[in-house]
Design a protein around this ligand. Structure first.
Ligand SMILES: [Zn+2]
Length: 141
């Protein structure tokens, strides 16, 4: 795991944390507008499903989570830094996030859903993202 100094002051860090919790993050918007352009129909943040998936494609029995690389610990990703201060706090937080993600995934798969994880950094490569979504969902004929 990468060890990086926390580049934010505490105030800035809380601001960043708040921004991360917003429902409509830019990476999410990028995935949604791409799906829309490709002609897929989807719903957002459907209540009643484990983990309240960001995007739900009922016809494909597929849910998509658009994960922030930092919070959800994208493996080998430069965005998944570890703040140097309050090391224990962050380690606990990260392992809770990872455990919750794994549990949610199991619950959804047990209920017959296919779970697709799109990482924040992957939304910056539209062509690759499009290929990935199309190969996961198949042609929308
Ligand atoms: Zn990443």
């Amino acid at each position: 795991m990468l060890q990086m100094p926390d580049i934010y002051t505490p105030a800035k860090r809380s601001e960043v944390m708040r921004a991360v919790r917003r429902l409509d993050t830019p990476p999410e918007k990028r995935v949604r507008s791409l799906l829309h352009r490709l002609g897929f129909r989807f719903r957002l943040h459907r209540e009643g499903l484990p983990g309240r998936p960001d995007i739900v494609l009922p016809r494909f029995r597929t849910v998509i989570f658009v994960h922030g690389c930092f919070w959800h610990r994208h493996r080998n990703c430069r965005k998944a830094t570890t703040p140097a201060s309050r090391h224990e706090f962050w380690m606990t937080k990260f392992s809770q996030n990872r455990r919750r993600d794994a549990r949610v995934r199991r619950q959804l798969e047990d209920a017959g859903w296919r779970v697709l994880i799109v990482w924040e950094c992957q939304t910056l490569h539209p062509a690759r993202l499009q290929n990935r979504l199309l190969s996961a969902l198949g042609p929308n004929a």
